[in-house]
Design a protein around this ligand. Structure first.
Ligand code: NDP
Ligand code: HSE
Length: 422
C-alpha cells in the first residue's frame, strides 16, 4: 500500500481535531483509498497538548528541519495561524517538494502568489479546503464541480464566530461580550477575535473564494470590509419589526463593470434560506449560469469539522499524481473592482420629536433619488428613535445623503446604517 508521510504543524483546536481523525479513521482510509497516512512528525512546543491527545512524544519536534529534510514526509499540514513562521515553513516545504495543506486563511489569502510559485518550483501541491467555511467542501465544489459554469455570484455566511454571536443576540437577546467569550471557549474564534468580529477573517475567505470563482486574483485589499461591533440589540429588534434577520455576509459578484467584493453586516428577510443558518454553521450560495443557485451548508468552525476538511486535503494530496495550479494568482489582470455597489439600506436615527423633521429628511433623500419603503418611529419624550428602509440605491448616494442628514438641527445622531439584501 502507498505510504503518505504527514507532518502536522500545531496541535491546537484544528491540529488536535486533525490528529484525532487521522488516528481514528486510519484503517478506514486505508481500505477505501488504498493509502496509508503515517504521522511522521508534529511540530508543537506545548508537550501537554500532545500528552492530552495521546501523541507519542517521539514524533514531537520544535525544529522545522526535522520536517523539511525528512524524505519520508510527503505532506505538511499547517495550523499554527498567523503569518510567520508559518509562511517560511510552508515555502520551504513546497520548495522541498512536499505538498502543503493549510487552514490558515490569513496567510494563504495574503501570500497565495508566493506559495503558488514555490509549489511550481517544488512540483508540489497547494491544498486549502479548510481555509474557507470549516467543514463545508466549498473549495472542492468550486474547483472540481462547477466546470460547466461561469460563476456570477457568491453570497455566504463564512464566519462561524460572528454567526454564533448574532444568532445568540437575535434569538436570546444575549450580550455581545458574553457570547464572544463563549465562542472563544468553544474554539471557534481566531487567536485575536478582532479578526472575526471586524470582518477580516471573512474578507480573507471571500478573497480566496472569489479568486477561484472568477479565475481572476481578487486580493484581500479589493474586498470592502465592515464588522459586527456596531450592531446593537436595538437594531436587531427594529429588524424584526421589518421582518429582517441580521447576518455577517461575504458577497461577491462578477458583472460587466467588474468585480464587486464586500463583507459587512446585512439584514436579510427572515424567509431567506440564509436566515435559518444559525450558530457556528456556515452556508455559501454560489450562482452559475448553468446550474443556477446552489447552497452548501455545514459547520464553519471547530476542531473536527475543520479537521474533516484537512484530512480530505491530505488524502487528495497523497493520491494526486498532478497537483492543481492556480495561474490566475500570478497574472496581472486589468480587473476593475467596484466600490459603488447597489443595495437597499436600513437607517436608524435619533431625532427631536418635532413637526418638520420627516419633511427635511425626505427632502435630502429625494435630492439623491432615494425612496423609502418602510418606516417606524418609536414613542418617546422629546427625543425618539426613527428607523427606515430604502429602495435599492447606490452606496455613494447613501453616504452623501447621510452626511447631509447628520447636519440637520433636529437629528441628534445617525445611530446605524445596515445594508439590506433580498
Ligand atoms: P490554536 O491557537 O488553537 O492552535 C495553534 C497551535 O499552533 C497552538 O497549539 C500553538 O502553540 C501552535 N503553534 C503556533 N506557532 C507555533 C510555533 N512557532 N511552534 C510550535 N507550535 C506553534 O489555533 P486554531 O487551531 O484555532 O487555528 C489554527 C489555524 O487554523 C489558524 O490559521 C485559523 O485561522 C485556522 N482555522 C481555525 C478554525 C477553528 O475553528 N479554530 C477553523 C478553520 C481554520 P502555542 O499555544 O504554544 O502558541
Ligand atoms: N474563526 C473562524 C470562524 C474559524 O469563526 O469562522 C473558521 O475559519
Amino acid at each position: 500500500m502507498k505510504k503518505v508521510g504527514v507532518a502536522l504543524l500545531g496541535l491546537g483546536t484544528v491540529g488536535g481535531g486533525t490528529y484525532r481523525i487521522l488516528v481514528n479513521n486510519k484503517s478506514r482510509i486505508e481500505e477505501e483509498y488504498g493509502i496509508s497516512l503515517e504521522i511522521i512528525k508534529i511540530m508543537e512546543r506545548d508537550k501537554k497538548k500532545a500528552e492530552k491527545l495521546g501523541v507519542p512524544l517521539s514524533v514531537l519536534t520544535t525544529d522545522i528541519n526535522d520536517i523539511i529534510s525528512n524524505p519520508e514526509i510527503n505532506v505538511v499540514a499547517e495550523f499554527f495561524g498567523g503569518i510567520e513562521p508559518a509562511k517560511t515553513f510552508l515555502i520551504q516545504s513546497l520548495e522541498a517538494g512536499k505538498s502543503i495543506v493549510t487552514a490558515n486563511k490569513e496567510l494563504f489569502s495574503k501570500n497565495w502568489p508566493e506559495l503558488e510559485m514555490a509549489a511550481k518550483k517544488g512540483n508540489a501541491g497547494l491544498y486549502f479546503e479548510a481555509t474557507c467555511a470549516g467543514g463545508v467542501p466549498v473549495i472542492r465544489t468550486l474547483n472540481d464541480a462547477m466546470q460547466a459554469n461561469t460563476i456570477t455570484a457568491i453570497k455566504g455566511i463564512i464566519n462561524g464566530t460572528t454567526n454564533y454571536i448574532l444568532t445568540k443576540m437575535s434569538d436570546e437577546g444575549a450580550d455581545y461580550g458574553d457570547v464572544l467569550k463563549t465562542a472563544q471557549k468553544l474554539g471557534y474564534a481566531e487567536a485575536n477575535p478582532e479578526a472575526d468580529v471586524e470582518g477580516y477573517d471573512a474578507s480573507y475567505k471571500l478573497s480566496i473564494l472569489s479568486t477561484l470563482a472568477y479565475k481572476t486574483a481578487v486580493p484581500v485589499n479589493a474586498v470592502y470590509r465592515e464588522g459586527i461591533t456596531k450592531i446593537t440589540n436595538a437594531d436587531i429588534e427594529f429588524g424584526k419589526e421589518f421582518g429582517l434577520t441580521i447576518k455577517l455576509l461575504g458577497i461577491s459578484k462578477k458583472t460587466d463593470k467588474g468585480i464587486e467584493a464586500r463583507v459587512h453586516p446585512v439584514f436579510i428577510p427572515k424567509t431567506h434560506p440564509l436566515s435559518s443558518v444559525k450558530g457556528s454553521f456556515n452556508a455559501v450560495y454560489i450562482s452559475g449560469d448553468a446550474v443556477d443557485d446552489i447552497m452548501l451548508y455545514g459547520r464553519g468552525a471547530g476542531d473536527l469539522p475543520t479537521g474533516s476538511a484537512i484530512v480530505s486535503d491530505i488524502v487528495y494530496a497523497g493520491l494526486s499524481e498532478r497537483h492543481k495550479r492556480f495561474p490566475q494568482v500570478l497574472r496581472k489582470d486589468n480587473c476593475n473592482f467596484i466600490s459603488d455597489f447597489e443595495s437597499e439600506y436600513y437607517i436608524r436615527l435619533l431625532v427631536n420629536d418635532k413637526p418638520g423633521v420627516l419633511a427635511s429628511l425626505s427632502g435630502i433623500l429625494g435630492k439623491y433619488d432615494i425612496s423609502i419603503t418602510t418606516m417606524v418611529q418609536k414613542e418617546g419624550e422629546n427625543v425618539v428613535p426613527l428607523c427606515f428602509v430604502t429602495h435599492k440605491t447606490c452606496e455613494k448616494a447613501i453616504q452623501n445623503a447621510v452626511s447631509e442628514i447628520k447636519k440637520l438641527p433636529d437629528v441628534i445622531e445617525v445611530s446605524n446604517i445596515i445594508r439590506v439584501e433580498r
